[in-house]
Design a protein around this ligand. Structure first.
Ligand SMILES: Cc1cc2nc3c(=O)[nH]c(=O)nc-3n(C[C@H](O)[C@H](O)[C@H](O)COP(=O)(O)O)c2cc1C
Length: 408
């Protein structure tokens, strides 16, 4: 099978960061994979790597100025913006993120960015303080909201002789994000996928609640992975500090009852539901109207079970694919298999949060995916995004063909 990058037109933007040297290798990878690469550099970008190097590697004239001297180029920013199947900014400086977020078009690269409808991928690269600055954080949130896809920087040695977050993703990693995008883009077009994420909070009184340690990361990665493949995604999220995934409709809830109501409301038109939320099993029977005063005696709070959302969906489901998560600390696979059968699920993802590199808050997970036939697949330790891709692959395989179409 050929590379998914073959014959794809990639506009590679290079802004003025020290990681610009990596853009040369990235261009080579794209070219070897069969893509056509057109490079556009900011003025600062040309201080770090020469246009000659980029021109030689890309085999195309490098785009530098909106108004080149001695030449009439007309509306080239529109022609190039339309030519691109994808735009990649690597490295992306704090400055270019700010200009993109502000909709500024004061050089050729930012003018191209505001003229394109192609998916935009950015690989930020900067010193940790620049990366963590509230302005950069806000700019990234604005861009994510608008559908820009981030290839997050890693933690490591930085050129400023410090160690921290801000090191640009490696060229191979950037290329594989693009490969993944092109190989699966549109796979879930016209499919509706519901993803639940995060914890629930069950009130004890107006200021206290019963909660759990779920961060929402797994569900948010799943929502993004499904949206990247063209699905209409509704993310029903308990309280979570995760940035909102691009191109996803988000419904915010607090309690298990609110989450159930939101899922039930969305269920009928859905093709698949992935319940990654850590929904409370119990809630206080009668939350107090006023703050419970501190006393020296013990306090008893009566709890009642919440409704089991998945079980309810399992009994209602027609052709929908239902995916559950089973967080267990003992007999993980056995318990998960039991849940899958009892709740009429199609897949269950079992994990033990006690393992290092798995569970709440962690960027990685270790899981076992179990299907209705009892087949188990051990994932090993991998990023939550990679696990999300595996789960979405399995959902794609389980979806019944659309009426009148020959495949998923
Ligand atoms: C040696 C040197 C290294 C730099 N490295 C970075 C960097 O890695 N990331 C960044 O955001 N800015 C970096 N800067 C600052 C940018 O080059 C500067 O903000 C510039 O205005 C960015 O312009 P541009 O976004 O149009 O390319 C660096 C500056 C110098 C002098």
């Amino acid at each position: 099978m050929g590379s998914s990058l073959a014959q794809k037109n990639i506009l590679l933007g290079i802004s003025g960061g020290i990681a610009a040297y990596k853009a040369a290798y990235l261009t080579r990878i794209f070219k070897v994979e069969g893509a056509d690469v057109w490079v556009c550099m900011t003025e600062a970008g040309t201080k770090f790597i020469t246009p000659l190097t980029m021109e030689t590697l890309s085999e195309r004239e490098v785009l530098l100025r909106t108004f080149p001297e001695n030449r009439t180029v007309g509306t080239r920013h529109i022609t190039v913006a339309e030519w691109a199947d994808a735009v990649v900014i690597a490295p992306a400086t704090a400055d270019i993120l700010a200009r993109m977020a502000g909709g500024i078009a004061d050089d050729l690269l930012t003018t191209l960015l505001i003229s394109t409808v192609a998916p935009v991928f950015v690989a930020p690269a900067m010193n940790t303080r620049m990366y963590n600055h509230p302005a950069t954080r806000e700019n990234m949130a604005i861009l994510r909201d608008r559908g820009v896809r981030f290839i997050d920087p890693g933690v490591g040695d930085l050129a400023c002789n410090t160690i921290g977050v801000g090191r640009m993703a490696e060229p191979r990693q950037i290329a594989s994000v693009l490969q993944q995008y092109f190989s699966t883009a549109g796979q879930l077009k016209s499919r509706k996928i519901i993803v639940t994420a995060g914890p629930t909070q069950e009130p004890i009184d107006p200021v206290r609640y019963l909660g759990n340690r779920s961060s929402g990361k797994m569900g948010y990665r799943l929502a993004q992975a499904a949206a990247d493949r063209g699905a209409a995604v509704v993310l029903i999220s308990g309280p979570s500090a995760e940035p909102e995934p691009a191109g996803v409709e988000i419904v915010r809830v607090k309690t298990a009852a609110e989450m159930k109501a939101a899922v039930d409301e969305q269920f009928d038109g859905a093709d698949a539901v992935v319940m990654a939320a850590a929904v409370a099993d119990y809630r206080p029977t009668k939350p107090a109207d006023r703050k419970i005063k501190k006393k020296t005696t013990t306090l008893q709070i009566d709890l009642e079970p919440t409704d089991d959302i998945l079980r309810g969906l399992g009994s209602r489901k027609k052709s929908q694919v239902l995916v559950g998560f089973a967080l267990e600390t003992e007999k993980v696979v056995e318990q998960a298999q039991r849940k899958l059968k009892e709740k009429n699920l199609d897949l269950i993802v079992a994990n033990d949060p006690g393992l290092p590199g798995a569970g709440f808050g962690s960027e990685t997970n270790i899981a076992t995916i179990i299907d209705r036939e009892g087949q188990t697949e051990e994932t090993g330790k991998l990023s939550k995004r990679a696990l999300a891709e595996m789960i979405i692959d399995r959902i794609v395989a389980l979806l019944p063909p659309r009426q009148g179409s020959s495949g998923a």
